[in-house]
Design a protein around this ligand. Sequence first.
Ligand code: ZN
Length: 665
Amino acid sequence: MKSYRMASWWLRPWHLPFNKKVRDDFRRRASDFAQAGADSAIIFGAHFRWDFEHEMDQIHELIAFAAEELAQYKIVLFDHHSTVLTCSCRREISSDRSANFSNHRQVLLSRPAGSRTTDFHDDWKMLNIDDGKPVFLPQYSAEEFCFSNPDFVAAYLNYVRRLLRETGIGGLMSDDAFYYSHRACGCPYCRELFCQELGMSFPASDDLSFWGNYENPKYRRYLDLRRHTVTKFTAKVKSVLPTDFPLMNCCAYCMLPYSSGRGLNYRNFIAGGSNLIMQEMSGNTPDATTGELLSFGYPQQLYHLALSREHRLPCIGLGYGYSSSNAEIIWAFNKFLGSGTWYSSLVQRLGLSDRDLIRIPDDPCQLGHCFQAEKQFPEWFVSESASECAVFYSNATMEQYGDSVTDYADDFCFVIKRCTELGYSPDVLTSIPDPEQSRYKILIVPSAVALSDYELESLERWHCRKPLLLLGPCGFLDETGEPRQTTFAQRHGWQAAFPPLNRTGHPLISPIIIQKLTPAESEAPRVLKEFHLLWLTARVSSEFPNAAQEFIEQFIVPIRADGWLFRKYIDAQGRWLIHGIASQFQVELDRELEKLRDRHTPMFKHLKIIRELHPMAAIPDLRQFTPEAILTPLEKVQVHASCDSIKDCAYFILRLAATSHINTH
Ligand SMILES: [Zn+2]
């Protein structure tokens, strides 16, 4: 599978008008991309593309010139823009400073002022279900066009055709096309679709027997319809692209409690023909305050890698930084995960003046030599996961009740994080494999309340041959969210019950219920055992039970060292590669630039200018692995024949001879 080495190609306010000086800058920049070893670049800027309707010729001229310059070095240029978002001019003059600062049109590339009216394509906009006004998205000070609106869809497809014709791009990231708001959409097209598909009239906005009521099967079908609409729109975009043209979509933070019902899950994009999986690491990587490498997004990263393996589609991890030291760690973390890299700065969101922000090197110049190391030693990076521990992601559970509360995603994420820290190097699976064919030695299933008949049968097949660990409630509902006739517990003659969900409606205005409902814990937690099967019925979302740990470690040997994370791969010659990366860093900020930032910008707290990163823990004793060779790709790339020559480093790869794998049971 292709593994991208990508960095952002920023469009800055001073790139218009496009004169000789800018052309020279672009030529120099293309050569910087080549020197860094990048194989791809991606546009960042003019993000709310519809807002540049009157300057599109100029924007396309910039993109076309960049594509042509990069092509000389065989580097492909992707475009990246928001498909559906537009600035809300209604709120343009706002007393809320943060709203103005998060205005993408202004922060990413300014357009000439004064040529816009407040009702810019109002007929395309998503409307609030309750008051019929255009939906307002405070996080971007934006409004959203509706992808059920045939006029908007036709206009967007025409835009994509024109973009391809005029710019010579080799890939597209069509961003943001999902429902940003639970209050959307009440436009005439969405109302009509609703009535057609659900066979009922559109409920009043205060009818809580419908809105937010998971106990109402029609409401659950309504959420399915939203997901399906996202897929249908993706398929339309795909239909105007050449065959195999790379299409990437929104980052999809699908583990957030409200994402599923908004259609934000990468599986919806893949179902529509998306063929490149994107995973964003928002904020700083590692965290600027704690120095921790694993963020709340980590379980989702493993989920995206599961989609990547299962659909045989490349995955690309976007991380943000402002220095070589940070760029190298972001690249190393992506290699550790088994993902391609998209490295980007995000200078326009720092609240620095134009004069100050040019002190931060351009993105390709921050890359150091990490992309070159990957080019120079490809055999160390072309590999397949050799993990022995699998954690099942239950999509039915996520969709049928994991959405409006934090229950399922919480449990799933906690189990993933703990299994990683305990050294099990888990992979996520979205389907239950055939135990005979699978390399996994154990399957862990956290809080999979809703399972299809096929999934239940697959679980039974699995545990007849291989160990199965169930944590929390399991298999009480079917994949549509209806109670099962025969539950998993009953099949085994157990009395484990599932109390009523009590998920009655919630008002549209506050869609996110953060309150945790704990269905399995209202009865006494129990431990149920059979050969190869352990079921701890209590939910696991804050403490990993000792019994679970003991059960897992009967079947796999963890790789643990304080302050380090490990993942195992197998290379083309059947040799194991063990990637080790520091789990925590000492973070040094660029104090001088930090002082110059406007403290009132919304990202001031969330995004810091990291200058240097140093691993907290010393390198572990590697002799126990008896590697035949070790690669240290950061700072000075080097292959070592013995562990003794390895000094301080934040990332290493051990290669084990094909016959000397770590002894497992
Ligand atoms: Zn609509």
